[in-house]
Design a protein around this ligand. Structure first.
Ligand code: XMP
Length: 317
């Protein structure tokens, strides 16, 4: 019978056999899959696993510091790399969604390879690939058409000539979470919503600037914290705020304002392939709208996305 405990003991033994005395490097994203995979590998080989967590400038508010501190709490050997300015400078002037994705994917690989070079004698690359990724990459990147290029942290190049270590390759998400719980990974990390590799860059429609990232981080933080405080976070598959390239007129006191619009998105789904917009309570939406407009200067209007997938997608880019 499959149990998380059996999976952990079998996998640790298999990893020790595969890796031997060699070193493994791995990109960590703060997400469930890479964290569980890294924790398993760490259990097998200790600090011969070296994790790299890159701040690409489009993470959520305080995410870099919080995730790094959770990693340290778990005991992982992780290096945080602040590459924000590199990403901002290369994103400047780019407004096409695929161009933004490609830029982020390329820079991520560059930063990761630079770090990998600094680790002497590394021979293996850890990855948090799970079973649906294996299937999705076939259907999304298949011979027909590329709908969206999904640059997850998985997309590291074959040319690095590293042997792959993928302990979660045959697991579904719910199994990954059960394994994570068995390994003692904190629940708030295990229950996190999926978050795209290109991060807030694809939730800022059009060109990404540091200032827009800051605005969106504040709005998103209010929304996500509200969902958690109202016990709604775990009822949805994924939620986030989107900064629209639309300014509209509002009033604040006696002043006329002309500021940005934020769209709130929340969906229910089983696998992200199809999704329904979440019927969040009106009272909740009203509170969040007030909080955002009153506390985030630069945003004067909040709208709620009531589109399902298909034909809409979860992300707006
Ligand atoms: P869509 O927008 O296609 O999203 O309905 C489905 C799921 O995939 C995530 N997503 C991405 N993940 N890189 C990623 O790692 C990407 O470029 C990307 N685009 C979408 C999205 O957040 C949702 O969970």
């Amino acid at each position: 019978d499959w149990t998380p405990a059996h999976f952990v003991s079998d996998t640790v033994a298999a990893l020790q056999k595969q890796i031997g005395q060699r070193k493994v490097i791995m990109a960590l994203s703060g997400g469930v899959d890479s964290t569980v995979a890294a924790t398993l590998i760490h259990k097998a080989i200790g600090d011969r696993l070296m994790g790299i967590f890159v701040d690409n400038g489009v993470l959520r508010k305080d995410e870099f510091e919080q995730v790094l501190s959770t990693y340290r709490q778990i005991g992982l050997n992780v290096k945080g790399v602040d590459a924000k300015n590199l990403f901002y400078s290369q994103l400047a002037g780019k407004s096409d969604p695929e161009a933004k994705r490609k830029t982020i994917g390329r820079l991520f690989i560059e930063v990761f390879q630079d770090e990998a070079k600094k680790v002497e004698g590394v021979e293996l690359l850890g990855q948090g690939t799970i079973y649906p990724d294996v299937i999705e990459s076939v259907s999304v990147h298949g011979p027909s058409v590329t709908i969206k290029s999904h640059h997850n942290v998985g997309g590291l190049p074959e040319k690095m000539h590293l042997e792959l270590v993928e302990p979660l390759r045959f697991l579904f998400k719910d199994e990954v979470r059960r394994v994570g719980a068995e390994l003692g990974i904190p629940d708030d990390l295990l229950q996190r919503h999926p978050f795209p590799g290109p991060g807030l860059a694809i939730r800022i429609l059009g060109e990404v600037t540091e200032e827009k990232v800051r605005l969106l981080q504040e709005a998103d933080h209010i929304y996500i914290k509200g969902l958690k405080d109202h016990h709604l976070y775990s009822t949805v598959w994924q939620a986030g705020a989107i900064l629209l390239p639309v300014k509209s007129v509002g009033v604040m006191g006696d002043e006329r304002t002309y500021e940005f619009t934020v769209a709130l998105r929340a969906v229910t789904s089983v696998d992200g392939m199809t999704a329904d917009w979440a019927h969040l309570p009106y009272t909740f939406l009203a509170d969040i709208s007030n909080d955002i407009i009153n506390s985030v200067k630069g945003i004067n209007r909040v709208v709620y996305d009531i589109s399902s997938k298909p034909p809409a997608t979860i992300e707006w880019e």
